[in-house]
Design a protein. Structure first.
Length: 417
């Protein structure tokens, strides 16, 4: 009871921090709103009945540590690098500011767009992508069976890694930047190619049987429109988008599961958003270290491959019931606990607090086509932080890879306003 009560107090502290210091619209405030939405009152309600169980006590301690260290990281960045005026880190201020001249390596951009398009097309037609999607549409299954089917189908083989990069963080950034430049120049041929590339990404996400990712991509397209047109966001627009997302999710669940009506589909959506992440999060402290030992970095595939000759078995696979290729969705706290115990949660939360503040200053420093499309791409990365470990968010979903790609593309070619 005490641990859960302390976490509840930390949630209030986080809300006040958001209200007082992060009331502007940026990447940090987006993460905080999503965290409070999924792991605030929903966490307390879900775990209230089990608050005296040891693994729930440990989890509540970890979540409290994560909140405190995230705020500490935010303040540490301000102490190290100074504080910019809050309105300078606000989306609505930034989107209306003057668009500046930028440099873009257009040849590299075209090459990457074509290359990623090829990866997606090959994965869809020759490595099981379209076959998996058509099977699910023709044979609706329960959500549990859907998860098992997804773990063992979709795009398979050697191309799967390239395919996933093409439809996630870096691939989407390349697609949005290509289309933004095409629209800016008014080049009809490149506009059609850019639209076709984004359509390929959407089909590729559906073929990987990722319902939430497909919906988030639709959000990114809407955000791309607002950013490139210099349109502000307000509560009314945000509410309409949120309402639209509910209907889209209901439609996706009706299409891909055996839900017979909208109410059942809505119940499944609600369970997926509020209950499932908190249920999965508790599995980490329930299984580690009581059943499985802490891995001390060996849960990271690259580290395991470098230091061990044994077969890599991820915590995701173990928690999902030894299903090969399965994933479980929850915030980075669980994975940090598996890898490095308490110190892992402390370090990752501190790092994330510093890094999100850094990204806000990086993106909102200037208004140009690259910073605009970086923001749209990082929207996915920030959302991914709520449901996957930190390392995949950094690399696959673009929290680190997208800023690096944007830096590489700002070479040689002068782009005139």
């Amino acid at each position: 009871m005490l641990e859960l009560s302390v976490y509840s107090a930390s949630i209030v502290l986080l809300f006040l921090y958001l209200l007082i210091f992060k009331s502007t619209l940026n990447l940090t405030s987006l993460f905080l709103v999503l965290f409070l939405f999924m792991y605030g009152p929903a966490y307390v309600i879900y775990h209230w009945a089990d608050c005296d169980k040891e693994h729930v006590k440990i989890l509540s301690i970890l979540m409290t540590m994560a909140v405190v260290m995230f705020i500490t990281g935010q303040l540490l960045y301000v102490w190290l690098f100074g504080k910019r005026k809050s309105n300078r880190l606000d989306f609505n201020y930034w989107v209306e500011s003057e668009r500046k001249i930028i440099f873009i390596n257009d040849l590299l951009l075209v090459f990457l767009s074509i290359l990623f398009s090829i990866f997606i097309i090959v994965g869809l037609f020759f490595f099981g992508g379209l076959d998996s999607l058509l099977y699910v549409i023709r044979n609706p299954v329960t959500p549990e069976d859907f998860g098992f089917y997804r773990a063992n189908t979709g795009v398979q083989g050697w191309i799967s890694g390239f395919y996933n990069y093409a439809i996630t963080g870096t691939g989407r950034f390349i697609g949005f930047l290509f289309l933004a430049i095409a629209l800016y120049k008014g080049n009809i041929l490149r506009i059609w190619f850019g639209v076709g590339y984004l359509l390929l990404i959407f089909v590729g996400l559906l073929a990987n049987l990722s319902k939430s990712s497909a919906l988030i991509f639709v959000f990114q397209i809407l955000l791309f429109y607002f950013v490139t047109k210099g349109r502000k966001l307000n509560f009314r627009k945000s509410f309409i988008v949120a309402l639209f997302s509910v209907f889209v999710l209901i439609g996706i669940y009706l299409l891909t599961t055996n839900a017979e009506d909208s109410f059942t589909a809505m119940t499944l959506v609600s369970n997926r958003i509020f209950n499932e992440p908190n249920r999965v999060l508790a599995l980490y402290t329930e299984h580690y270290p009581a059943i499985y030992p802490h891995t001390y970095g060996m849960n990271i595939r690259l580290v395991h491959n470098l230091l061990s000759d044994s077969e890599f078995v991820s915590s995701d696979m173990l928690l999902a019931g030894n299903i090969q290729g399965a994933t479980v969705n929850s915030i980075f706290v669980g994975d940090a606990w598996v890898d490095f115990s308490y110190i892992g949660v402390v370090f990752q939360a501190l790092f994330l607090g510093v890094y999100l503040n850094f990204l806000d200053n990086l993106v909102f420093r200037n208004n140009n086509l690259i910073s605009q499309t970086v923001f749209v791409a990082l929207f996915l990365a920030v959302l991914s932080l709520i449901s996957i470990p930190l390392l995949p968010s950094m690399i696959t979903f673009g929290l680190l890879s997208v800023p690096i790609a944007s830096f590489v593309l700002r070479i040689r070619v002068f782009y005139k306003k």
